[in-house]
Each structure stands twice: as C-alpha cells, then as structure tokens.
Design a protein around this ligand. Structure first.
Ligand code: PEP
Ligand code: MN
Length: 337
C-alpha cells in the first residue's frame, strides 16, 4: 500500500498517521519525489481500514500495491534511483561501460586489460576474483589476491571496480571494492542477499539462470529490506531450449524491469550470448532498450584465458564495439560516463 501525501501536508498530521500505522505493526518508508511525497507501507496491510486513513488531513490518495516487491517497486518510488559507484553514476541517464576480463589472472593481465579498456572508453573495470565454476576442477579464481590486483588496476587507471562475491563470509575482503556483484548462480542465495543488505555499497544483482523477473525483483527486495537501496539489476540471459547461444538474451527484460522498478538496469551481452559476434549487436540492442550500463568481458589474450575464453573480446575488438556504442549514444543524446 502507498499513501500519497498532500502537497501542503503538515508534519504533525504525518506523525499522527505514522503513529496509527505503527500501532498496527506496519513500518513506513518515506520517499521524497520530484512531484509527490509518498509513504510506502510495509507489513500486513490487509487489516488497514482505508476510510480511517483518509480521515487524516495529510492524505491525498491511498493505493494498494499488488506486487510482492515493495521497496524495489516503481509505485513506491516513482523517480529513477541513481546509484553512485566510485566516481560514476548509474541510472542518471548516462551509460556506464563495465569492461574487463572474466577472471583476474595476474597483475600484468588485469593491468594491461584495464588500461586498454579505459583507452577504448570503458568507465568501470570488472574482473572475477571469486569464480563460480560448473566444475570444481576448473580455475576457481585468485580470491583475496584477485581483489588486491583489481585495486592495483584501479589505482593505475582510476576506474571503479566491480567484482563478484560468492559467500557472506568474504564480505570484509570487499571493503575497497566499488560495486559488489551477485552472480546469476547466487541470485537466490538469500543469506548472502541479506548480508549485502547491511553493507553500505552498491550491489550489481544478476538475474538467475532460470528466474523470472518477479523473482529477480524479490531478490533485490531482500537486499533493500535490510537497508541497502543501492541495487543495480542485470539481465544476463536465461536458459531456454535454444542451444546456438549460451543463453537467450531477454532484451524485453530491460524496459520491463525499468517500468516495474526504479532501480537502474545493466545488461551483460557476454554471458547472455557467449558469442563474440553477438556482443556488438546485443550491446546496441540493450542501449536501444534503455540499459543504464553494459557489462562486457574483455581480455588482453582471450586464447589463453582461464575462464570464458570463447566469449571475451580482445582490446582491439572492444575498441570497435565502443565506436558503435559511442555512435548510438550520440544518436540518443546519451553521454558515456
Ligand atoms: C561473471 O560476470 O563473471 C559471471 C559469472 O556472470 P553470471 O553470474 O551472469 O554467469
Ligand atoms: Mn565470465
């Protein structure tokens, strides 16, 4: 349920309204919008008598919200959320390009790749230190050492860093990371989500391999309900019967998530398709669909990569893709960075 307040609502009247709700065990969430001030109600509102609430003179309108996600719901928060990640903003109309290797493999690999990505126009650096691999015998990531190397690459380039967490027991290692990524395989690791809700850091939440958009928004709700409102959603393809691509890129998820939620939306054409030849067209499609950020895998030497070698762009390929991205952003009047 949301309560839209009158423009001239008095503080005392709002306080009285809150008192009534508190007595019924309902917590409130104040949202100061550009055009309206709203109070979001969280808890069991089935016993709330609407006519009683209308009796409070600060109340303009009351609406029931059907969707199970509240804090992530655009009805609760009509204005777009803008997430500050290091020196960049995600969701303010600009386009952020998060580029870098699938895995952090060595100091020279991450620094060489980071410099090349920056030169081509990337605004953030990605790289996996903790890798969720299908096989326990595959490269598992450099873990804490990988995060240290990412921080060196950040010091070298100034690019904010994005890297994946797999367990809440590692949270302290992410203290200097700019954006913590929750990978597709952990989208419904609810204990991890709750722990990230208590962290004062943006979270890039990827859609699960076979999850609906509503489930994705409910996972965002887990993080937000613990107090962290800085969530970026990410469409990275879903499992379908198609086998020619690694996943099926659900482009429609981008505008739909933005309609249903105020949170910024990122798109990952690398994991969505698994094919180098599809990164450029799908990046352009994602921008046209309204994505706030793109996450693209780039490796200085993909043939020798320790993970996802077949889908990572070389710096030269990335530069070409970036030229097309810049052209399309020019057409839409969007700035990169
Ligand atoms: C990744 O970004 O490195 C990754 C593992 O992606 P996903 O969780 O989308 O598979
Ligand atoms: Mn990868």
């Amino acid at each position: 349920m949301i309560i839209i307040l009158k423009k001239d609502a008095k503080k005392e009247s709002i306080a009285r309204l809150e008192e009534i709700l508190k007595e019924k065990g309902i917590s409130t969430n104040h949202i100061q919008g550009v055009n309206q001030n709203i109070i979001g109600l969280i808890g069991d509102t089935s016993a709330v008598d609407m006519s009683n609430l209308y009796a409070q003179d600060c109340v303009e309108e009351i609406k029931r919200v059907q969707e199970p996600y509240k804090k992530a719901n655009r009805k609760f928060h009509p204005d777009d959320t803008v997430v500050q990640a290091g020196n960049v903003k995600i969701g303010d109309g600009s386009l952020q390009i998060i580029a870098g290797p699938c895995s952090v493999e060595s100091e020279s690999q991450i620094i060489t790749t980071a410099i090349a990505c920056k030169e081509a126009g990337a605004t953030m650096l990605r790289g996996g230190a903790f890798k969720p691999r299908t096989s326990p015998y595959s490269f598992q990531g450099l873990r804490a050492e990988g995060i240290k190397l990412l921080l060196k690459a950040k010091a070298e380039t100034g690019l904010p860093i994005v890297t994946e967490i797999m367990s809440q027991s590692d949270i302290d290692l992410f203290a200097d990371v700019d954006v913590i990524q929750v990978g597709a395989r952990n989208m419904q690791n609810f204990e991890l989500l709750k722990a990230l809700g208590k962290v004062d850091k943006p979270v890039l939440l990827k859609r699960g391999l076979a999850n609906t958009l509503e489930e994705t928004l409910m996972s965002a709700e887990y993080i937000m309900s613990e107090g962290n409102a800085n969530v970026i959603l990410c469409e990275r393809g879903i499992r379908t019967f198609e086998t020619m691509t690694r996943n099926t890129f659900d482009v429609s998820a981008i505008p739909l998530l933005k309609q249903k939620s105020h949170l910024p939306v990122c798109a990952d054409p690398s994991h969505a398709t698994g094919m180098i030849s599809l990164i450029e067209p799908m990046s352009l499609a994602a921008i046209a669909a309204g994505a706030d950020a793109l996450e693209i895998e780039v490796h200085n030497d993909p043939k020798c990569a320790l993970s996802d070698g077949g889908q990572q762009l070389t710096p030269a390929m990335f530069k070409e893709v970036m030229e097309k991205i810049k052209g399309l952003c020019g057409y839409f009047g969007r700035k990169i960075g």
